[in-house]
Design a protein around this ligand. Structure first.
Ligand code: ADP
Ligand code: ADP
Length: 229
């Protein structure tokens, strides 16, 4: 079952051709890592997958919705396809628990007790149940990023996009965040991850996409990718 399908997708920023004839199908349960030089279009590609970027031409189907169709509710796509950013943007004036329960309460209309129960289970998953009542300023960057992952999971997404989730972290924090991502992958989440962490790619991803100059140059299963000379 495919989760995301690109058919001859093009993206222009003004005159700049950022994505060139992209054809890709990502199935449910896949963990795909996207690599490539800075400026090659990785982030642009990722942001098209939940409608943060529009596409200029071609067809893009996400979770069976056509993103070019004006009738498609882009907010539903964004609920179904979560995104974890390099900078986590937690609400500074809310506790960790409140950061995780806010969207489920406002958007999914979950009641307080239910959303808190689910949030505590997610904070447990990311190893931060004991920080539920702390404020973000009391956390390390790595802990903040783990809260951001819990917050994304709280929306019960069908897929999660990660845009360089460890690039802003001190080296000693990176492992804990990657471990959480590994757990999320093991639970069967469809994940598309832009990262320079090749160890994570080799260990967790089933597939690797290499971009350069707005094009997908390689799209391989992880084993054969790492077998290249
Ligand atoms: P990567 O994630 O691989 O570093 P990006 O997708 O961020 O690449 O960017 C690809 C190219 O598109 C870069 O040359 C960048 O400057 C340009 N670009 C990205 N976003 C925009 C935008 N909103 N408007 C104009 N150009 C952009
Ligand atoms: P859409 O995908 O809805 O067409 P864009 O992503 O093209 O929207 O627009 C995002 C904003 O980022 C634009 O206002 C654009 O001008 C601005 N921007 C311009 N150049 C860059 C760049 N090199 N990198 C990132 N953002 C840029």
């Amino acid at each position: 079952m495919s989760m995301i399908e690109f058919h001859d997708v093009e993206k222009y920023y003004g005159d700049f051709h950022a994505l060139k004839k992209i054809n890709l199908t990502i199935d449910k349960g896949e963990v795909v890592v996207i690599i490539g030089p800075s400026g090659s279009g990785k982030s642009t590609l990722l942001r098209t997958m939940n409608g943060l970027n529009t596409v200029s031409a071609g067809k893009l189907i996400v979770n069976n919705f056509d993103l070019a169709d004006k009738k498609t509710d882009i907010n539903k796509i964004r609920r179904d396809v979560g995104m974890v950013f390099q900078h986590f943007n937690l609400y500074a004036n809310k506790t960790v628990l409140q950061n995780v329960t806010l969207a489920p309460q406002l958007v999914l209309k979950e009641d307080k007790a239910q959303s808190e129960k689910e949030a505590m289970a997610l904070l447990d998953l990311v190893g931060l149940a004991d920080k539920a009542h702390s404020y973000p300023s009391m956390l390390s960057g790595g802990q903040e990023q783990r809260v951001a992952i819990a917050r994304s999971l709280a929306m019960k997404p069908k897929a999660l996009l990660f845009d360089e989730p460890t690039s802003a972290l001190d080296p000693e924090m990176i492992g804990d965040v990657l471990d959480v991502m590994k757990k999320v992958a093991a639970d069967g989440m469809t994940m598309i991850v832009v990262t320079h962490e090749m160890g994570f790619a080799q260990e967790v991803a089933n597939r690797l996409i290499f971009m350069a100059d707005g094009e997908v140059l390689e799209d391989d299963d992880t084993k054969s990718f790492f077998a290249h000379p």
